[in-house]
Design a protein around this ligand. Structure first.
Ligand code: PGA
Length: 248
């Protein structure tokens, strides 16, 4: 890890309960104070089950691209911010694959989040086929361009998540070297938009991060933390991952 502040983010996806929120708070508030930023992104209905704490922050897993109006089922950026979310995950591969989140929508949602003073965690990653065809960097460049080419000013307000789709929920993690190679590529690529912001932007890794594999990942120079799915539903394991980021 580096001079950038580590960020460990829990993506509960459509899992969890009030009880899990309570357990999670208990465990996290017992962690020693550190520079690591801890973020929980539960389903929004559980945001209020987390007492305010300086030990963790709260976030959402999605946001509407619209400000307000007749958009049944959607939740606006301002509403999320009012409910206590300071971050929002945008463009997760599950949203891109299952809910039609196109690059254009990802850009629109990123703008909305920033306008509401939340930090977007914008997700990018290649499929297994794209990796096997050695198209990883080409695919990432294309998706990064879609968000930042016309709006480089968004970069200084963003966190980037590299999540190889083949590693999400599969138990198969990118090796530390594989992940570092892509993180370094992303950082270098982003320099063409804003050199200073690219050096400062946190690029976190997601895809089957757990208590066993996290230390080697977080030790890489361009990996600034993790976006943790399955393992974040086990409070003790998630706490161990947060602790590991402190040590790296
Ligand atoms: P996983 O999910 O840790 O269960 O692979 C990560 C994510 O999808 O954000």
């Amino acid at each position: 890890m580096t001079q950038r502040r580590p960020l460990i983010a829990a993506n509960w996806k459509m899992n969890g309960s009030c009880e899990l929120a309570v357990q999670c708070c208990e465990v996290l508030t017992q962690l020693p104070a550190s520079n690591t930023e801890i973020l929980i992104c539960p389903p929004v209905i559980f945001l209020n089950d987390f007492p305010k704490s300086d030990r963790y922050q709260l976030g959402a897993q999605n946001v509407s691209s619209e400000v307000s109006g007749a958009f049944t089922g959607e939740i606006s950026a301002d509403m999320l911010a009012t409910a206590g979310a300071s971050y929002v995950i945008i463009g997760h591969s599950e949203r891109r694959a299952l809910f039609g989140d196109t690059d254009a929508l990802v850009l629109a949602k990123t703008k909305r989040a920033i306008a509401a003073k939340m930090t977007p965690i914008v997700c990018f990653g290649e499929t297994l086929t794209e990796r096997q065809q050695e198209k990883t960097m080409q695919v990432l460049a294309q998706h990064l361009d879609a968000v930042y080419a016309a709006h480089p000013e968004l970069l200084q307000h963003s966190v980037i998540a590299y999540e190889p789709i083949w590693a999400i929920g599969t138990g198969e993690t990118a090796s530390p070297a594989q992940a570092q190679e892509v993180h370094a590529f992303i950082r270098t690529y982003l320099k063409k938009y804003d050199d200073a912001a690219a050096s400062k932007v946190r690029i976190i890794y997601g895809g089957s991060v757990n208590a066993e594999n996290c230390a080697a990942l977080f030790a890489q120079p361009d990996i600034d933390g993790g976006l943790v799915g399955g393992a974040s539903l086990k409070p003790a394991e998630f706490a161990a991952i947060c602790l590991s980021a402190q040590d790296s």
